[in-house]
Design a protein around this ligand. Structure first.
Ligand code: ZN
Length: 112
């Protein structure tokens, strides 16, 4: 069992402190009720925020995967080149062969 006060305990203490500072009165039994009401709202907001964060992370991961797929290394004439920068078409390149990993993949890996 932890000696650390729970979030609920700290909320009750904060309610008591701020009520006293503002010279408001609330029965002691009302402090946990007020704390629970606020914490219930915070829990909903936190869950919404966590779901949004997971969606953003998923979009970011999918975008990175698409970029890595575009800039995939391929072997061409004995060299490993970036398929995207070299405009690799399966057998030939439309652009001068660009070495892999290219600056896009290097930057993507540095940001991960
Ligand atoms: Zn590339």
């Amino acid at each position: 069992m932890s000696d650390q006060p729970t979030l609920r305990d700290r909320a009750i203490d904060a309610i008591a402190r701020d009520l006293n500072a503002g010279r408001f009165w609330l029965p002691t039994e009302g402090r946990p009720v007020a704390a629970d009401a606020v914490l219930a709202l915070v829990a909903v907001e936190l869950e919404t925020s966590q779901r949004r964060s997971i969606r953003i992370q998923t979009l970011l991961d999918e975008t990175r995967d698409r970029i890595r797929k575009l800039h995939r290394p391929v072997e061409h004439m004995g060299r490993v080149i970036c398929a995207e920068r070299s405009a690799y078409c399966g057998e030939s390149t439309d652009n001068p062969p660009a070495p892999a990993p290219c600056p896009t993949i290097t930057a993507l890996n540095a940001a991960a």
